[in-house]
Design a protein around this ligand. Structure first.
Ligand code: SAM
Length: 249
């Protein structure tokens, strides 16, 4: 259909590109993608030849007016990211917001997403869940973000929590989470989902931290933490906690 279509692509296994995703990409006047080499290789594997236009963090604001002009003219534009669902820890939100503001058609072809797949394989209670994307890379802001999560939990939120993480930071992050959220807190590390070396390791935060401190993790990783045990308290205690959480931002 004419308009902007957000197309989810595989997170590893190329067989996960859906029939509708393939048809949408084939029929597009242009495919906006983060990296034309990554998307070009994926399209080539499926025998699709289509015009690709880079759209990434650094040019999204420049590209947006050009894309909107084409959409106004009735073009069929697809948006993909390197892997998985566009906009989820990936570019595209500013373009989508601008298209919606102009009343232009926005569609999506749903498909793979690492966070949801990790959640469903974690064996942890899946509902409700909180997806926090990547923690900040620097130690100070990371510790502050984990403390903020703890404050939210103390205010009464009991949800599974999902993060994306880079392999070289995994052990440190698990140790920091164990320290702040409790060594016994159940968790899971999902690695290389849909790929040859897919692995889901389940255990307490401290056991997982110990495991990955000893063996350097490789590949792409999601961390899932089980919901905080409900901390029941008096109305007064809850109010104090809520105030603390608000003060912590
Ligand atoms: N938009 C993507 C999605 O829908 O999953 C996520 C993009 S984000 C930039 C990339 C991060 O997602 C990786 O660093 C990793 O944390 C996680 N990820 C992506 N593919 C994965 C996989 N096959 N297994 C585990 N985690 C994955």
């Amino acid at each position: 259909a004419p308009g902007l279509t957000l197309v989810a692509t595989p997170i590893g296994n190329l067989g996960d590109l859906s029939a509708r995703a393939l048809a949408t990409l084939r029929g597009a006047d242009a495919v906006l993608c983060e990296d034309t080499r990554v998307t070009g290789a994926m399209l080539a594997r499926h025998g699709v030849s289509v015009t690709m236009v880079p759209l990434h963090e650094h040019n999204e604001d420049d590209q947006t007016p050009k894309v909107l002009a084409r959409l106004r003219g009735g073009a069929r534009i697809a948006l993909v990211s390197d892997a998985g669902t566009p906009l989820v820890s990936d570019p595209g939100y500013r373009l989508v917001r601008a298209a919606i503001a102009e009343g232009l058609a926005v569609h999506a072809v749903p498909g793979p997403n690492a966070a949801v797949m990790a959640l469903t394989l974690s064996g942890l209670p899946p509902h409700p869940f909180l997806f926090l994307g990547f923690l900040p890379p620097r130690a100070g802001p990371r510790a502050a973000e984990v403390a903020r999560l703890r404050a939210i939990e103390r205010a009464g939120l009991s949800a599974a929590v999902i993060f994306y993480e880079a392999p070289h930071r995994l052990a440190d992050t698990l140790a920091a989470l164990a320290e702040e959220l409790g060594a016994d807190r159940p968790a899971a590390v999902a690695r290389e989902l849909t790929k040859r070396f897919e692995e889901v390791r389940r255990g307490s935060l401290s056991a997982l931290a110990a495991h990955y401190a000893g063996a350097e993790a490789r590949g792409e990783i999601c961390i899932v933490i089980g919901p905080a045990p409900e901390e029941r308290g008096s109305a007064e205690e809850l109010e104090t906690r809520l105030r603390d959480a608000l003060a912590a931002g």
